[in-house]
Design a protein around this ligand. Structure first.
Ligand SMILES: [Zn+2]
Length: 201
């Protein structure tokens, strides 16, 4: 994740995945990710159009992946199936439903990625219920965006359920609300996931 969310989710900084240089508090001056990246890319920054990166400042070569991705792609030292009280997985026919609760720890992000990067099985779509969490960290958003792109490669859709305003606002600020659209409840989410409309790409 190279657009680093502030602890309250109301602001973001741009981080170079090469040298770690941070340009802070961009929401107040530039508003959203698209505006910020438009300016920084004119200033020599390179990388993904998406806030999840990777991105590199003008002094660095563009890295193949971002800081979070590099950490998550390392082989896990703990079993992927190890349970977490902050994460419940349910299988609803062709939808994998994940319920997140409380304040997620970095280990939960790693566990979530282990879960979502493994063999997809018969589950085409991904529904992530975030009604039990107050906010999402940059690392969790990174994992969910990567999972949504992975699902889309198989023709699947991804959505959130019950996102608090702070979460919806943060995703909108990072221009990731199209990749991780939100629904008020499970019923409307399941209808959308299984809808006949093609997945936007
Ligand atoms: Zn750099």
């Amino acid at each position: 994740m190279t657009a680093l969310l502030s602890s309250d989710g109301g602001d973001f900084s741009l981080v170079c995945d090469g040298c770690g240089r941070v340009v802070g508090n961009l929401a107040g001056s530039l508003g959203d990710w698209a505006t910020a990246w438009g300016l920084f890319s004119q200033d020599g920054w390179r990388g993904s159009e998406l806030a999840v990166g990777p991105h590199a400042c003008g002094r660095c070569a563009a890295p193949p992946s971002g800081i979070v991705a590099r950490a998550l792609d390392r082989p896990s030292l703990t079993p992927a199936g190890r349970p977490s009280p902050r994460m419940v997985v349910q299988l609803l026919s062709d939808v994998r439903a994940i319920y997140l609760r409380g304040d997620l720890l970095p280990a939960d992000d790693a566990r979530l990625w282990d879960l979502l990067s493994g063999e997809p099985g018969p589950y085409r779509h991904l529904m992530v219920d975030v009604s039990g969490v107050r906010r999402l960290t940059s690392a969790t958003v990174d994992v969910l965006v990567r999972a949504s792109r992975r699902a889309a490669e198989r023709g699947g859709r991804t959505c959130l359920v019950g996102a608090a305003p702070a979460i919806s606002d943060a995703l909108r600020m990072l221009c990731l609300d199209r990749l991780l659209p939100g629904h008020a409840d499970q019923l409307s989410a399941l209808e959308w996931l299984r809808g006949a409309h093609p997945v936007p790409c």
